[in-house]
Design a binder for this molecule. Structure first.
Ligand SMILES: [Zn+2]
Length: 71
């Protein structure tokens, strides 16, 4: 008895943005994201986080203190 007609199960991954399980197939060209929308959302979140850290007063304090000790 052969099982030639049975495909191997596709690898599944969780969308980093919405945690929805998707199959790692051509059905999801934006994988590991489930959709273009999730892909864009993740990038926007990342960009906002970068800006927030760069503008943080605490970060500026640490930066200027290390400059002072260098001198
Ligand atoms: Zn998603």
């Amino acid at each position: 008895m052969t099982n030639d007609s049975i495909k191997k199960p596709a690898l599944t991954v969780d969308c980093p943005n919405c945690q929805q399980s998707i199959e790692w197939t051509d059905q999801y060209p934006e994988r590991p994201f489930c959709s273009t929308r999730c892909k864009n959302n993740d990038f926007i979140d990342w960009a906002n986080e970068e800006q927030r850290i760069a503008g943080s007063p605490n970060y500026d304090d640490i930066f200027s203190e290390s400059n002072l000790s260098d001198n």
